[in-house]
Design a binder for this molecule. Sequence first.
Ligand code: NDP
Length: 313
Amino acid sequence: MAMKSKVLIVGGSGYLGKRLVKASLAQGHETYVLYRKEIGVDIEKVQMLLSFKQQGAHLVAGSFNDHQSLVNAVKLVDVVVCAISGVHIRSHQILLQLKLVDAIKEAGNVKRFLPSEFGTDPARMGNAMEPGRVTFDDKMVVRRAIEEAGIPFTYVSANCFAGYFLGGLCQPGFILPSREHVCLHGDGNQKAIYVDEDDIATYSIKTIDDPRTLNKTVYIRPPKNILSQREVVEIWEKLIGKELPKSSISEQEFLAIMKEQDYAEQVGLTHYYHVCYEGCLANFEIGDGAEEASALYPEVHYTTVEDYMKRYL
Ligand code: NDP
């Protein structure tokens, strides 16, 4: 059997990144985790990194301000997976990856790079609204740099992180499901796709040594998790044994409210708009030159929406 690639996780201390570290170790890859020299006295982060080490990962110091440190880190491995931040209400550092692309190019040994994507496919969002399109535009800038440098890649389009979308019954600003009331986007019938973050990490790591995913986009579309907001709410109602009173917010009202928010909030709301009113995640067929993760890896028992939501009971 072919040797498993050695993997460097960049952004391994993040919300998705820590799951990528776990998945990489679980799938038997020698796993390196880049940590920032600028970590200071963030005790929680240091403890998390030490726990990775206890689980068998190697910690590598590096900095985006120190090109050589990135080159040295990249030279240790075959595959680089980056999960640097890209959510404005937390932190948005997608373009920093251009420095990582430079380092990968110089190192010259990397067989696969997965940049920090893990959401809506930015290649499909050329007509996205301001200001949220910045996320897609920046991710496309990184894609172009990767492709111009001739770096082998896989782009993972992970659709909705379950924690954000299911946690809030698809309502922006909420990450715990209400037992009192829910507000639907329009009629609540646009389909979206929800994926447990641990499953996103599992599928992503599965792609790295797979020739079928080389230089392709991999969409994660677990068939049972392609649901409308109304269907998500019905699942929750069944779990709590109660029907929730419902209101609805029209597209025009949603956009008007959005314009009153600060920049970071507006970016997030733009994304909700495209997902919940336009159905941008599920309104297309996966064409040639792309793959679907649950079809490629049927051995992964993904978490269904119902199972995911049981944690909130
Ligand atoms: P986080 O906000 O949790 O941050 C991830 C990492 O970014 C951390 O490890 C952090 O390192 C690192 N980082 C931040 N700033 C810097 C910097 N200046 N230099 C070096 N490292 C830095 O990221 P998420 O897990 O929320 O996001 C990861 C990806 O997932 C993004 O592409 C995002 O767009 C996508 N996403 C998709 C969602 C969806 O629903 N589809 C939802 C959320 C995210 P440190 O700990 O050292 O600060």
